[in-house]
Design a protein around this ligand. Structure first.
Ligand SMILES: [Ca+2]
Ligand SMILES: [Ca+2]
Ligand SMILES: [Ca+2]
Ligand SMILES: [Ca+2]
Length: 461
């Protein structure tokens, strides 16, 4: 009994021993069964975004001893958003509209092929955004051949430091400007050649980092390359030795067979070599200007000032609204800079302003900031004469009424046909020169009389 017990014990011990020693010897005797390692999960970097933008949560997972079988995104806090791609590496959503900065938290769970998982969290801070304000600036009166520059750098945005710009031409002038880099903050282009003054318009679009945008238009006037500083007369016809003044200069002989001598007015000047009527009769080249100072296309039906592209003078256009600049208003000459009787006469005209004299009229127009400027003044006699078109004196006004409407002739209400200048008559300094566009005549008259007035300012010398 005892023996047999011992034998059985030995046998069991031996069997047990041999089972253990099968796998090898010493410490390497651990069983081979693997313990699955958990995968690694990354929900990406925390982000700061503006409201309304598309946000991508960039997840990733890795597993040292297997593969990733599942991604699972969920939102854990903050204003609820609609996540798409919930079970993909990357999930996206649209940042909600916010009043103040908020934080959204998300969690990515990554599961491996054996069912083990790990989690990682990410925060997305959503900030309020307001629209940028676009501001397009640049020289708006340009000449053919110059380099033009348009600037967006006065545009601003409360939240973004990096604004995007998009410049595009939006007029229908048929004058196409190739913008080589329309996304720069400052763009430049060569001003193309034009025969007649042409207006082109650009639109600047400013886009902030949150995708909000604003736009502003800027119109620029392109005038022909003009070497003259003085206007021509508008006279396109020649005279013959038979005293016929309406002969074609092209002909050798006039209507009655008489000689047409060379070297007449119509043979010289801008009327001869730049005879385009679209921007003013014959050699005249005018650009219409809006009340705010923006150049306007020639077909515009409302304009307030006219730029003379030849002389560089900007002229007031008279109104017919019964207001400050009404066409019927008349003014006496008055200039407080002089002393005694040389000051002229205060409030001697008939007008709708405060005081119907030239000094008061100039002040009031400058106060208004006519066409965006406050350096308006009374023109000199020669400046008034510069816009006389002598070609049309018989039947029409001697001024291009396509650009200068409301120009007046003599009427019994106003008792004048004349526009007053700032030039005094040298023989008697209590007299002042005037110009009539009824016939182009310039003469001088008393300070105290009432005259029409058309103000002027110098744009370029
Ligand atoms: Ca694993
Ligand atoms: Ca903004
Ligand atoms: Ca001429
Ligand atoms: Ca012209």
């Amino acid at each position: 009994m005892y023996k047999s017990f011992i034998s059985k014990f030995l046998l069991i011990t031996l069997i047990f021993h041999s089972v253990i020693s099968c796998g090898g010897s010493g410490e390497s005797s651990t069983p081979p069964a693997t313990i699955n390692q958990a995968p690694l999960s990354s929900a990406g970097e925390d982000q700061e975004v503006f409201e309304h933008v598309q946000v991508t949560l960039s997840g990733s997972g890795s597993d040292s001893d297997g593969s990733i079988s599942k991604y699972e995104w969920k939102q854990v806090s903050g204003t609820e958003v609609e996540l798409s791609g919930l079970e993909t590496k990357n999930s996206t959503f649209t940042a909600p509209q916010v009043e103040d900065t908020i934080t959204l938290s998300f969690q990515l769970t990554v599961t491996d092929n054996e069912g083990k998982s790990s989690k990682d969290a990410v925060d997305v801070v959503v900030k309020n955004n307001t629209s940028p304000i676009a501001s397009a600036q640049g020289t708006i009166f340009l000449k053919s051949g110059e380099m033009a520059e348009l600037r967006a750098n006065s545009s601003n945005d409360l939240e973004s430091t990096l604004l995007k710009y998009e410049w595009s031409q939006i007029d229908n002038s048929n004058l196409i400007i190739e913008l080589s880099e329309p996304n720069l903050e400052v763009i430049t282009f060569n001003v193309p050649h034009v025969d007649v003054a042409t207006i082109i318009t650009f639109e600047l679009m400013v886009i902030d980092e949150g995708g909000l945008y604003d736009s502003e238009k800027i119109s620029v006037a392109i005038s022909p390359q003009i070497s003259e500083k003085l206007n021509d007369t508008g006279v396109l016809l020649c005279g013959s030795t038979g005293a016929n003044n309406n002969e074609s200069c092209e002909s050798e002989l006039g209507e009655n067979g008489e000689n047409i001598p060379d070297g007449q007015d119509a043979d010289f000047g801008r009327d001869n070599h730049s005879n385009f009527d679209l921007d003013g009769h014959a050699g005249f080249s005018f650009t219409k200007v809006s009340e705010k100072g923006t150049p306007l296309p020639v077909e515009s039906t409302e304009w307030t000032c006219v730029l003379d592209n030849v002389t560089g003078l900007m002229w007031e256009v008279k109104s017919s609204d019964g207001g400050l600049r009404d066409k019927f208003n008349t003014y006496s000459f008055y200039d407080p800079m002089y002393s005694g009787v040389n000051k002229g006469t205060k409030n001697g005209g008939t007008c709708t302003g405060n005081s119907c004299d030239t000094s008061s009229f100039v002040s009031e127009v400058n106060e208004v900031g006519l066409c965006g400027h406050n350096d308006w003044r009374l023109p000199t006699r020669m400046e008034l004469i510069s816009i006389v078109d002598y070609s049309s004196g018989q039947s029409e006004l001697t001024i291009d009424t396509n650009f200068f409407p409301n120009t007046q002739i003599f009427s019994f209400e106003t008792l004048t046909s004349s526009y007053i200048s700032a030039t005094r008559y040298p023989k008697d300094i209590s007299w002042i020169f005037y110009v009539s566009y009824e016939n182009g005549f310039s003469g001088s008259g008393y300070f105290h009389s009432g005259y029409y007035s058309r103000l002027v300012r110098t744009v370029s010398e």
